[in-house]
Design a protein around this ligand. Structure first.
Ligand code: SAM
Length: 213
């Protein structure tokens, strides 16, 4: 990975962090906004469909949608440790043969990543400096549904994210978190021929689902 942002992510999201995330997921299931995204995607129909899950972490979306009838999933993640825990969870659930995982920055790998029926980015847009590339390239690969959870574009989100960036700076981490303007994200997705059909807010997050006509 050439991008300093992704190198920072891989260093920060280490094995200890990934095991902690996996233990929390096993105990409590998907987080609230992930459940909202899952319900909205399931409402569009998942039976027999393919998924591209970018930055899936422990793989909550992959595991839950396969349990709901999804045929296959490709996951691209910039954290090696999270790919490993997602693999452990897939093995435990008997999903191994249906998930293909790739390590790296999706923006670098995009030319080699095939389009899928459903594309998801759950709390990933906020981890990347270049929304234009990440959102533009990922939404172009959604054949039917594009579903994202990302920060609301308001002063409160910016206020909450600022101390995290200060902490990363103190820790000399290269990664940062970003509140990209909603108008920019939506214009990129709509520019790829998708239309917003679901939108909910929860705390400092927004959940949006776009579908192709
Ligand atoms: C905050 S975590 C969210 C994990 C999970 N989706 C969730 O909501 O619990 C962000 C994830 O996105 C991944 N990520 C960030 N930027 C990425 C990129 N450009 N390409 C691939 N993965 C990326 C990170 O490695 C990490 O696993």
């Amino acid at each position: 990975m050439s991008c300093p942002q992704c190198k920072g992510i891989d260093a920060f999201l280490d094995a200890r962090e990934a095991q902690w995330d996996l233990a929390r997921y096993r105990k409590k299931g998907p987080d609230k906004t992930t459940r909202m995204l899952l319900d909205a995607v399931k409402a569009e129909g998942v039976e027999g469909r393919s998924l591209l899950d970018i930055g899936g972490g422990v793989g909550a979306i992959q595991h839950e949608l396969i349990a709901a009838g999804l045929a296959s999933a490709v996951s691209v993640d910039a954290s090696r440790a999270h790919i490993e825990v997602a693999r452990q969870e897939a093995e435990r659930r008997g999903h191994t043969g249906r998930i293909q995982a790739r390590f790296g920055d999706f923006v670098d790998l995009a030319p080699e990543v095939e389009a899928a029926d459903i594309v998801t980015l759950d709390r990933v847009i906020c981890c990347y400096h270049d929304a234009e590339s990440l959102v533009g390239l990922s939404s172009a690969r959604a054949k039917s549904v594009y579903a994202v959870v990302y920060p609301r574009d308001n002063w409160l989100s910016r206020l909450l994210f600022r101390p995290m960036n200060t902490l990363f700076w103190i820790m000399r981490m290269t990664g940062r978190v970003y509140v990209h303007p909603t108008s920019v994200v939506e214009a990129l997705v709509e520019g790829n021929g998708l239309r917003r059909t679901y939108h909910r807010k929860s705390g400092s997050w927004q959940v949006a689902v776009f579908t192709r006509a």
